[in-house]
Design a protein around this ligand. Structure first.
Ligand code: G6P
Ligand code: ZN
Length: 569
């Protein structure tokens, strides 16, 4: 049916297409992520976009302006065109889109804020593999530039369960390969698509935060490597590190965005960025960073592949922020971490008299704290670090922040860490992931652990490993968060075992998988040694007793049949 009945020949008619709900369009930790084939089903993507527009913008939908950008993975361009067509039909007045649909997640967040847009769609499944057999994802971000809060994502899900039609301008075709501003009339309304350069605004932002002159002089004296993992960061890395900071072109590895990320898993950790780890082990470079598919995650390595855990990375940045012009100007307001992230940053907060907030897993939970001016640095164990310059985590920002710290302290990555541990003690941390286990076994494990929480005898109980190392349970719960700004409550955010000596074991089911379940077990032990040499111990060795207790108590092996985790970070 056309709602432009008086313009039967008009080139851009709005059609109202009948549809039926699809199961499972519930956005997870970070948007809706599914195998590409799921999004390719007729009406599937259209339904989700329509639900996102209504839930995200409500009464403000007509006349609103949106950003659209993605990490260049397979199906990004098709999805971008669908968003343009559906946005136009719903009375949106402007869509700002990256050239060829390319914008990193941090860049999208920045563009919403800089141009005061009403929100946007980010087309990515982040660090999940891409290509026709990989994953795709759509995430709605709100006007502060951050991921939609649960009130919006729950609404999207509710609408998706009853949706009966969506509006579309089927023959609206926009060339997004050329920088341009294209104006249309859609049933009498103005609709503009602005195709912008993918990197310009973001590079300007980085130049306003960091001291590029100092970084350029420093970078000249060091050997750096930046690994784009064939995700979206490649063009940004070339602009910033080669053009602006004057490094040789070969400092950027895998810097071409590819629809399937070259067949690899674009997740910057020791398993999936092993090629970078191997190069660093040769000892020829001083610093390396890797970034995920959409550019919001980072991994930091030093000489000889010295690995900085994301938890320690957050703590080190918290302790050194003042060397970055942005923080010198704005002051340091406070810090936040996700619940499973180690308490290393809390130690910095304690010593500096700053507030440190603990939120559930998911960057969206930091947004309110930043908007309220409570924090300006936050991070997660899942390789996310960022600040209030935008409302997403930011991989390249983290690399530039680290370079600023290295320049300022004139130390190697490893020495910065050791010095940090000497002052604050070390929170040894590891995460075990069991990917793609059956949802049933994941649920069973969580039920078993819930029974332990409900049993009053568990508190105060002693848990021992076969070597006799024992830990007394000080407290345990299923983490619940009350947002201090809007009072909203998020329940069931992960099971926490908190032991008397400050050690913790956390169990969660991932909210970013696209099929089955992924069990995450986070293990943390705090040590303050009189002998600094002891800080060099391998986290896996130090945490072995706690890991054994974590696996035994959850009956993980029995319930999943898995002998070993898929990934250890
Ligand atoms: C994404 C989110 C993060 C989250 C991570 C892991 O990167 O942006 O906020 O920590 O996924 O989430 P998961 O639910 O899979 O543990
Ligand atoms: Zn990501």
């Amino acid at each position: 049916m056309s709602c432009c009945a008086r313009e039967p020949m008009a080139p851009h008619n709005i059609e109202v297409i009948s549809t039926a709900p699809f199961d499972g369009q519930k956005p997870g930790t970070s948007g809706l992520r599914k195998p590409v084939g799921v999004f390719q089903q007729p009406h599937y993507t259209e339904n989700f976009i329509q639900a996102g527009l209504i839930a995200g913008l409500g009464d403000r939908l007509r006349g609103s302006s949106l950003v659209v950008g993605g990490d260049g993975r397979f199906f990004c361009k098709e999805a971008a065109q669908l968003i343009i067509k559906i946005a136009a039909a719903n009375g949106v007045s402007k869509v700002v889109i990256g050239q060829n649909g390319i914008l990193s997640t941090p860049a999208c967040s920045h563009i919403i804020r800089k141009y005061q847009l009403d929100g946007g769609f980010i087309l990515t499944a982040s660090h999940n593999p891409g290509g026709p057999k990989g994953d795709f994802g759509i995430k709605y971000n709100i006007e502060n530039g951050g991921p939609a809060p649960e009130s919006v994502t729950n609404k999207i899900f509710e609408i998706s369960k009853t949706i009966s039609d969506y509006k579309i301008v089927p023959n609206l075709k926009v060339d997004i390969s050329t920088l341009n501003t294209i104006a249309f009339k859609i049933c009498g309304n103005d609709f503009t698509v602005e195709v912008i350069d993918s990197t310009t605004d973001y590079v300007q932002l980085m130049k306003s935060i960091f001291d590029f002159t100092t970084l350029k002089n420093y970078a000249k004296t060091k050997r750096l490597l930046l690994n784009g993992m064939n995700g979206v960061t490649g063009p940004y890395l070339k602009k910033i590190f080669v053009e602006e900071l004057g490094l040789p072109a070969d400092c950027c590895l895998n810097a071409e965005p590819l629809p399937d990320f070259g067949g690899s898993h674009p997740d910057p950790n020791l398993t999936y960025a092993k090629d970078l780890v191997d190069i660093m082990k040769q000892g020829k470079h001083d610093f390396a960073a890797a970034f995920d598919g959409d550019g919001d995650r980072n991994m930091i390595l030093g000489h000889n592949a010295f690995f900085v855990t994301p938890c320690d990375s957050l703590a080190v940045l918290a302790a050194n922020l003042e060397c970055i012009p942005y923080f010198k100007t704005n002051g340091i307001k406070g810090f936040a971490r996700s619940m499973p992230t180690s308490e290393a940053v809390d130690k910095v907060a304690q010593l500096s008299g700053k507030e440190c907030y603990q939120v559930p897993t998911g960057w969206k939970f930091f947004g309110n704290l930043m908007d309220a001016g409570k924090i300006n640095l936050c991070g997660e164990e899942s390789f996310g670090t960022g600040s209030d310059h935008i409302r997403e985590k930011d991989g390249i920002w983290a690399a530039l922040a680290w370079l600023s710290v290295l320049e300022h302290t004139n130390k190697s990555v490893k020495d910065v860490l050791v010095q940090h541990w000497v002052v604050y003690g070390r929170n040894f941390f590891t995460r075990y992931d069991y990917e793609n286990v059956s949802s049933e076994s994941g649920d069973k494990m969580m039920e078993l652990l819930t029974k332990l929480i409900e049993d009053p005898k568990t508190k105060g109980m002693t848990f021992s490993d076969p070597t006799g190392k024992s830990y007394k349970m000080a407290n345990l719960d299923n983490f619940e968060y009350k947002d201090p700004i809007d009072g909203s409550i998020s329940k069931n955010q992960g099971i926490r075992f908190m032991f008397e000596d400050g050690s913790r074991i956390i169990y969660r089911l991932s909210g970013t998988g696209s099929s089955g379940a992924t069990i995450r077990i986070y293990v943390e032990g705090y040590e303050k040694y009189p002998n600094p040499q002891l800080y060099h111990q391998d986290a896996q060795e130090v945490l072995k007793p706690l890991v054994t207790i974590a696996l035994r108590t959850s009956k993980l092996k029995e319930l999943t049949g898995r002998e070993e985790p898929t990934v250890i970070t």
